[in-house]
Design a protein around this ligand. Structure first.
Ligand code: FRU
Length: 341
């Protein structure tokens, strides 16, 4: 063996030992912590030692959509308030395979807790089950899995939002009208629930006809293209029900390009604050209404902290929702706009 090769072998050997002893130390620490929490039993006694750090992996389905960015900010802000939490985010870029790899990576890193907002349900369910089965607590946000392979689910009720949208549409159109529905990404449960809730109301009203359903994948650009096609095919449209605000705005822009935006009502969901958010779009008359869908980023970190402290938490935490109309938009704008803007 040349001197160089010999040196290389030593360096690699030292690195391997270093990595493994590091991991061993980490899992031993974790074991001690779990035992401590179990022994102490009572939640108020199960405070982690001062200075002890918890690593939380947050697998986000994408960083590109404004609602996701707001959710990330809320989680990061909450984690900053707690020096014992280290929050690491990963961006799955709306790609199921990438998100599976991200979660596998968190599993390899032996995070203390996983937060996930899945891109779609079916492909992500097995990997989240694997993490949960390994003993790592899991919090699932906003988009559910096929089965509850987690400790806690946090989100608003999408069926109820769809139902409220349906009732409002019937009222707005006086029970008579031609509706286009722009769906979120198929396979992501909120798209199904927002659709089912809406149809549970409008399908029972003879005068309301859903003349076209298209998948806008939650994206403004995609919805805009779909809406251009629909506008060309449909000379009479009274209302667009989009499963989120970006798609409602995309549909509005398509209609505006053809000079038809004034004849159509646009309804969305999300109601972000800020200059680009859905609430401002209601104030500006682009959207007739939107429904508040809280991002649950702050709640996720708060619940994570409770779990890490061994406290009991509800398995399903339902966040509130509300309808925003021109009359109450200003008030909601003030409430939902981040204070830095
Ligand atoms: C962002 C988003 C929101 C929507 C939610 C549903 O990715 O599309 O606009 O309300 O996801 O999961």
């Amino acid at each position: 063996m040349t001197r160089h090769r010999c040196l290389l072998v030593w360096v690699v050997a030292l690195l391997v030992v270093g990595v493994f002893s590091g991991c061993g130390q980490k899992s031993a620490e974790k074991e001690q912590r779990t035992q401590a929490i179990q022994k102490q039993g009572k939640p108020e006694q199960a405070q982690p030692a001062k200075g002890q750090k918890f690593l939380i992996g947050f697998s986000q389905c994408n960083f590109a959509e404004p609602w996701r960015q707001a959710m990330n900010q809320a989680a990061i802000q909450e984690a900053k308030n707690n020096p014992q939490i280290e929050l690491v985010l990963s961006d799955a870029q709306q790609d199921d395979s990438k998100q599976i790899a991200d979660v596998e990576n968190f599993l390899r890193q032996k995070v203390d807790l996983l937060i996930i907002s899945p891109n779609t349900a079916a492909p992500l369910t097995p990997i989240v089950k694997k993490v949960h089965d390994s003993g790592i607590p899991v919090i699932c946000l906003d988009r559910d899995l096929l089965s509850p392979e987690y400790d806690v689910f946090i989100g608003a009720n999408n069926f109820t939002i769809g139902e409220a949208a349906g009732k409002y549409v019937v009222e707005l159109l006086n029970g008579q009208g031609r509706v286009v529905e722009l769906m979120g990404l198929l396979g992501s449960p909120p798209a199904k629930d927002r659709s089912d809730g809406f149809h549970s109301v409008v399908d029972g009203v003879a005068g309301i006809e859903v003349i076209h359903k298209a998948e806008g994948k939650w994206l403004l650009s995609e919805a805009r293209v779909r809406m251009e096609e629909i506008l060309r095919a449909q000379p009479e449209i009274d209302l667009v029900y989009a499963h989120n605000d970006p798609m409602a705005v995309g549909a509005y822009k398509a209609a505006q390009d053809m000079g038809r935006e004034k004849n159509i009502f646009f309804i969305g969901i999300d109601a972000l604050g800020g200059e680009e958010g859905g609430v401002k779009k209601v104030m500006d008359g682009v959207l007739t209404s939107t429904f508040w869908y809280p991002t649950c980023g702050q709640e996720a970190v708060q619940v994570a902290w409770k779990i890490l402290n061994g406290e009991e938490v509800e398995p399903r935490i339902e966040l509130p929702t509300a309808q925003i109309l021109k009359e109450n938009a200003q008030e909601w704008f003030e409430r939902l706009t981040p204070k830095t803007e």
